[in-house]
Design a protein around this ligand. Structure first.
Ligand code: NAP
Length: 290
């Protein structure tokens, strides 16, 4: 198929590479064009505007930092929204607010196109290995059409029905749980350390017993070793997600005090110049409040 891919950051670059490896033709656009260079060597066609990312099959993937970037490439100057046309599909994989998904789904529907939500769990190494977990929701026919494409990007695609907002809110729910795990592990390690308990021992024992989860094991090892650079997931984007959780909660009238605490940790870390560190560095708030 001839597909479009917009957003070649840490995640998008790896995902676009896998679509090329799966044999698809790809029209790629990134705000900083240099990130397309090695994809061009793999056969991708770099295009000058988001609108030109719409190719023969009128399926465009987006993997962008935030809601504002997504709005810009859909509806800004040279946005691809007006170009998608009837039958076109926007596969929206960024972590964004459910309200943004609803607005874009309505906009595309006015033009006969479909919005398929497909946010993901998994970091850039998982994206490169095509091991992402994909949360897919949108109009049934469009979801069915992109299913094989999503399957080429991940180890499992979870079909979640027709409401794209639900896929995005599930993604936010998952990231909220990770924020809670980071804070909880940081506090448990800070406590243990005061009693001479090595941080990694806590991770090893809890990971092999009552918390056998990739989050506790992988993030735990990072926090134990203070391994915060280079970022797998930028702390500034983690703050974006905490803000999205609180925004979505506010819209729904749901109290989320734990999200407020995590948001405070992430905001403080950004204020300390750690926005480009991995988001696990928010753990420093529990042991290094200075
Ligand atoms: P990233 O490496 O920072 O890449 C961000 C991308 O967005 C880049 O292509 C960037 O373009 C583009 N961008 C930013 N602002 C823009 C604007 N105003 N207009 C146009 N393009 C803009 O981030 P990432 O880690 O790939 O994350 C991408 C998305 O996936 C985010 O929503 C994130 O929350 C989500 N996510 C990340 C992970 C992870 O572990 N990293 C996992 C799951 C989901 P430039 O290259 O020009 O800066």
């Amino acid at each position: 198929m001839e597909l479009g891919f917009i957003g070649l950051g840490a995640m998008g670059h790896a995902m676009a590479t896998n679509l090329l490896k799966a044999g698809h033709r790809l029209r790629v656009w990134n705000r900083s064009p240099d990130k397309a260079a090695d994809l061009v060597a793999l056969g991708a066609l770099p295009v000058a505007t988001p609108a030109e990312a719409v190719g023969a099959d009128a399926i465009v993937f987006t993997m962008l930092a935030d809601d504002a970037a997504l709005h810009a490439v859909v509806s800004g100057p040279d946005g691809f929204g007006a170009r998608l046309g009837a039958g076109g599909i926007h596969v929206s994989m960024s972590t964004i607010a459910p309200q943004t998904a609803q607005a874009l789904a309505a906009l595309h529907a006015e033009r006969g196109a479909a919005y398929v939500a497909a946010p993901v769990f998994g970091r850039p190494d998982a994206a490169a290995a095509a091991k992402l977990w994909v949360l897919s929701a949108g109009p049934a026919e469009a979801c069915a059409r992109v299913q094989p494409l999503l399957a080429a990007l991940g180890q499992k695609v979870f079909p979640l029905g027709s409401d794209p907002a639900q896929a995005h809110v599930l993604k936010l729910g998952g990231n909220f749980l990770i924020m809670g795990a980071i804070e909880a592990m940081a506090e448990a390690m800070a406590l243990g350390e005061q009693y001479g308990l090595p941080r990694q021992t806590l991770v090893d024992v809890l990971g092999a017993s009552i918390f056998p989860s990739p989050i506790y094991l992988n993030y735990g090892a990072q926090i134990a070793a203070h391994d915060y650079r280079p970022a797998r997931f930028k702390l500034s984007l983690g703050l974006k997600d905490a803000n999205l959780v609180l925004y979505a909660a506010g819209k729904a009238g749901v109290a989320m005090p734990l999200a407020q605490l995590a948001q405070g940790r992430l905001a403080a870390a950004v204020a300390k110049g750690r926005g480009d560190w991995d988001w696990t560095a928010s753990a420093l708030g529990a042991s290094d409040p200075a």
